[in-house]
Design a protein around this ligand. Structure first.
Ligand code: TYD
Length: 128
């Protein structure tokens, strides 16, 4: 979990992300997840190479990370916190609040070959 800069102001607050100061990789892609129906989960996979920074720009949700042995749950409900997801972590996004908006900054362009979608295969690879 990393804390991003924030400028609190009567006119509204402002936060920002700079690649060189807040992200331990070169940014290749930005995507966002929105309009998630109540009770739905996103993710449920790992990436072989992709690293990510996940920010709850609006609302709240949980980022659940599993390294193959232990699970860690991060509750994001402020837009000035981000969860860094290293490569080869099983990751799940769940418990989305109404109108939540997940911003995801990634180290790679989209490549379906980078996904591991089978949890057993992931656990086997981590156990090697
Ligand atoms: P997926 O990564 O499976 O969603 P999640 O893990 O959040 O449940 O992506 C859903 C679909 O969107 C899938 O068909 C691939 C496509 N997609 C892209 O084309 N580009 C992207 O950058 C991402 C993240 C997904």
């Amino acid at each position: 979990m990393i804390e991003l800069p924030k400028f609190l102001d009567d006119r509204g607050n402002l936060s920002f992300i700079e690649e060189d100061n807040h992200i331990p990789f070169e940014v290749r892609r930005v995507y966002w997840i929105y309009d998630v129906p109540g009770g739905e989960q996103r993710g449920g996979h790992a990436f072989k190479q992709t690293e990510e920074l996940i920010v709850a720009l609006s609302g709240s949700f949980d980022v659940v990370l599993n390294d193959g042995f232990e699970e860690h749950r991060f509750h994001l409900n402020r837009s000035y916190y981000g969860v860094l997801v290293p490569k080869m972590f099983w990751r799940m996004l769940e418990n989305f609040s109404t109108n939540s908006l997940a911003l995801i900054i990634a180290s790679t362009e989209f490549n379906n070959e980078d996904y591991i979608r089978d949890l057993n295969q992931f656990k086997k690879l981590k156990a090697q």
